[in-house]
Ligand binder design. Structure first.
Ligand SMILES: [Cu+2]
Length: 340
């Protein structure tokens, strides 16, 4: 037992999702996740009840009717019993109804489409290897890796993929749903965030070598804060004062990335307000000891393949960025914060 303790402690840590944000479906933080959790609880309870009763009867029969020493007689042969047959047909039907009615109700309830609801916030999600793009068509803004949503509203997602199939999942809020590739079709999902906070999202469909690193954040804020964020996102970007850094940024970054109102490039994550994001690349935390937005941007750009193997971003060498340019761009981006 003593030897098993460390192993069990490890398993508990593993199962309790030891990251900083809750990545557990077992601790729902919104009504969608709550309904999914309730369904799980209901079906596991019913199944557990059936297992316990069946095993109890089995064990009882094995012991009570076992062949005793010296007993060579053939037991009474019984075939067919109407009462028993009715019982073991009716009980499963009742159990299936108890399981089926709420399941169908919830599944259809959660498939509701709020695309036309004027009170819902519309978000178009495009998944890429290995990052997430969030577009708010009503506001004309695009962001990446950090989804910002107001609390207390329905958030209607319309999802598709730019390359291979991924799946959008915020375990403690709800989901998941595939983002399909190449079919021209979109999937829909609505979620609700009753509480302010940061919730971790994951890609839930094996999509390549950095699949497990394809994290994102969902940041739920008050309506007033959300409105300030939208305004800040729409405000014109102030480009670096130093013309050398500005040129490097424009020529080497903005051909793929967009910043502020500069929407020239959009094949890579939108960088507007990247200085206020919690992570760089969705996985390098800016608030860890010894780390900062600036150091993480440098770490990322210096060797993008080391951070996220298989991703599409060229590294500093391939981009022909000098150390001075990299330092200047990292500092500029780190200072590019949004107030909201
Ligand atoms: Cu994936």
């Amino acid at each position: 037992m003593k030897r098993l303790l460390p192993l069990m402690a490890g398993v508990v840590l593993l199962l309790s999702a030891c990251g900083r944000e809750d990545l557990s479906t077992l601790n729902p933080q919104g009504p969608v996740a709550q309904k999914q959790f309730d369904l799980m609880t209901l079906s596991i309870s019913i199944m557990a009840l059936v297992v316990i009763i069946v095993f109890a009867i089995c064990i009882y029969v094995l012991i009570r009717f076992r062949r005793r020493k010296g007993d060579k007689s053939v037991p009474k042969q019984v075939e067919g019993n109407h009462t028993l047959e009715i019982i073991w047909t009716v009980i499963p039907i009742i159990l299936l109804l108890i399981l089926g009615v709420p399941t169908i109700n919830t599944v259809f309830g959660l498939a509701k489409d709020y695309s036309k609801d004027p009170n819902a916030v519309q978000v178009t999600v495009t998944s890429h290897q290995y990052w997430w793009e969030f577009e708010y068509p009503e506001y004309g803004i695009k962001t990446a890796q950090e989804l910002v949503v107001p609390t207390g509203k329905k958030i209607q997602f319309t999802l598709a993929s730019a390359d291979v199939t991924h799946a959008f999942w915020i375990p403690s809020i709800g989901g998941k749903i595939d983002t399909n590739a190449g079919t021209g079709t979109t999937n829909k999902l609505f979620l609700e965030f009753p509480k302010e906070g940061v919730f971790k999202g994951k890609c839930a469909e094996l999509c390549g070598p950095s699949h497990s690193l394809m994290d994102f954040k969902a940041k739920a804020v008050s309506q007033a804060s959300f409105d300030r964020w939208v305004a800040a996102m729409k405000a014109p970007a102030v480009l670096p004062e130093d013309s050398k850094i500005k040129d490097a940024l424009e020529n080497k970054c903005l051909s793929c990335h967009a910043i502020g109102e500069n929407n020239a490039g959009s094949s890579a994550p939108n960088l507007t307000g990247i200085g206020s994001r919690q992570t760089i690349g969705g996985i390098l935390y800016n608030d860890e000891p010894g780390k900062s937005v600036e150091s993480n941007i440098k770490e990322w750009v210096t060797d993008t393949q080391k951070v996220k193997p298989g991703n599409m971003m060229p590294n500093a060498g391939e981009l022909g960025l000098t150390q001075e340019e990299l330092d200047g761009i990292a500092k500029y981006l780190a200072d590019y914060k949004l107030d909201y």
